[in-house]
Design a protein around this ligand. Structure first.
Ligand SMILES: [Zn+2]
Length: 456
């Protein structure tokens, strides 16, 4: 006894067709026109789309960071994802400098066991020591983690320097793994932060001024050069600016395997958010920061042309009260990050598809399918094919919404898209064949999510 989704318009990264989908045992078991019910529960999807469940490959649930812990834990964060049509996440194991990577991984498994949706991990390589290469090998060959995160910012904490980055890229290449990078010139950030603070400039706006776009552009170019020399593929996380997008476009035009991700906040907001009074700009403090007007259109263009392939969220919420306010007198102490997992699909549908910037197929590709392919989860995730996991979103294109912290499922007292109108919303969300959201009711179950071992 399963579920039969009838009369929907099935949309994948390639196709769009009318048909029915049968789910049973957590899998998609049959596709076709006019399937018989056979005792299945029927979901009428007339006038609606059926999408593969969203995959957000960049989130940070209950991350210990900057003296506090991100506000959504694995249960509440994945539940918020389910409410918005995201049925899988990839979180980042982030060991402290000098911490054993495998011990950090065990700690992440403990935290993530309560996830309400399926989850996987990237491993951040935050330092280089005698055992690092062996730990990386175990990640790839034993733990199902074939992608590594590196930070060119946050030097002295979780950031790496160029020699360390070269070691990581060389090792990843030998293992057939993918290197991902947070690209900002960390040393220059520190110098600019110190100079601003010395001048008494300590506000959220100064956070943005301490991390200007050229620093991201330079680091992106440098990471691309190092990847080129080490012959390692590269995935640049949260691309925010024209300079970084241009570097990726140039590399791809030479045939180099460089990929890039951006996030809704970099596509839809500009740095005027930092001018909000009463420290409200702190809600938008993240790294890299929201960019000045003029950077958003090049990102949309790069997404439309395929130069950027993925839209993730970097979901990492901190409450204004009790967390962000730690940096009231010093922007360097404002925890970096914001919530986003719940509204990624609605924002990309409204401001991407309905605005004519992305086709429906591109929408599915950037929110689900491409990340599944890049990170080794396809076709289990990101596809509507027989045998794939029954992670599906029935999408009502007529639904309307208005984003607000007062109604969202994020465990956070602010929403950086407060007041944004959306069109289109999930009417039903299935995770492994189980109905987890419908008609405004969230039926997330603590611990229902499974760990996804990946391989490239
Ligand atoms: Zn991140």
């Amino acid at each position: 006894m399963g579920t039969l989704i009838k009369n929907g318009t099935i949309v994948t990264a390639l196709d769009e067709y009318r048909g029915d989908v049968r789910l049973a045992g957590g899998k998609i078991v049959e596709l076709g026109p006019m399937l018989e019910a056979n005792g299945d529960t029927i979901v009428d999807a007339s006038g609606q789309y059926v999408f593969p469940g969203g995959l957000d490959p960049h989130v940070h649930m209950e991350l210990p960071f900057m003296g506090t812990v991100s506000a959504d834990d694995f249960e509440t964060g994945t539940a918020a994802g389910l409410a918005g049509g995201t049925t899988s996440i990839i979180d980042f194991v982030i060991p402290a400098r000098n911490e054993d990577l495998m011990e950090a991984l065990a700690a992440w498994h403990d935290k993530a066991a309560k996830s309400a949706s399926d989850y996987a991990f990237h491993m951040a390589v935050t330092w280089w020591g005698d055992q690092t290469a062996e730990w990386m090998r175990r990640c790839v060959q034993e733990e199902g983690i074939p992608s590594f995160k590196t930070f060119m910012a946050y030097r002295g904490a979780i950031g790496v320097d160029d020699p360390e980055l070269i070691h990581i890229m060389n090792t990843a290449r030998e293992l057939g793994a993918l290197t991902t990078v947070h690209a900002e010139h960390g040393d220059m950030v520190v110098d600019l932060q110190d100079r601003l603070m010395a001048e008494g400039r300590n506000t959220p706006k100064d956070h943005a001024l301490s991390r200007p776009a050229p620093l991201e552009g330079e680091a992106t170019s440098r990471a691309i050069m190092l990847a080129r020399m080490t012959k390692e593929p590269l995935y640049v996380v949260h691309v925010t600016c024209q300079q970084a997008a241009a570097a990726i476009i140039e590399a791809r035009s030479r045939g180099q395997n460089v990929m890039g991700e951006t996030c809704p906040q970099y596509l839809l907001l500009d740095d005027s958010v930092y001018d909000k009074p009463n420290f409200e700009g702190a809600a938008y403090v993240m790294s890299p920061p929201i960019r000045p007007r003029g950077h958003q259109e090049p990102l949309w263009a790069a997404l439309a042309s395929g130069a950027l392939q993925v839209v993730a969220t970097d979901h990492c919420p901190f409450n204004q009260v009790g967390q962000k306010d730690m940096g009231k007198d010093d922007f360097r102490k404002i925890p970096n990050g914001a919530a986003g997992i719940e509204h990624r699909l609605a924002l990309m549908y409204t401001y991407g598809v309905l605005a004519g910037r992305l086709s429906l197929q591109q929408f599915v590709d950037v929110t689900s399918t491409r990340a599944a392919k890049i990170f080794g989860l396809y076709p289990q995730k990101g596809s509507i094919t027989v045998g794939a996991d029954a992670d599906l979103v029935v999408w009502d294109p007529a639904a309307t919404g208005k984003i607000s912290a007062s109604t969202h499922h994020h465990k956070c007292d602010r929403n950086i898209f407060e007041g944004f109108e959306t069109k289109g919303a999930p009417s039903h969300v299935f995770s492994n064949g189980m109905l987890r959201y419908s008609g405004g009711n969230l039926m997330a179950e603590r611990g229902a999510g499974r760990y996804l071992k990946r391989s490239l």
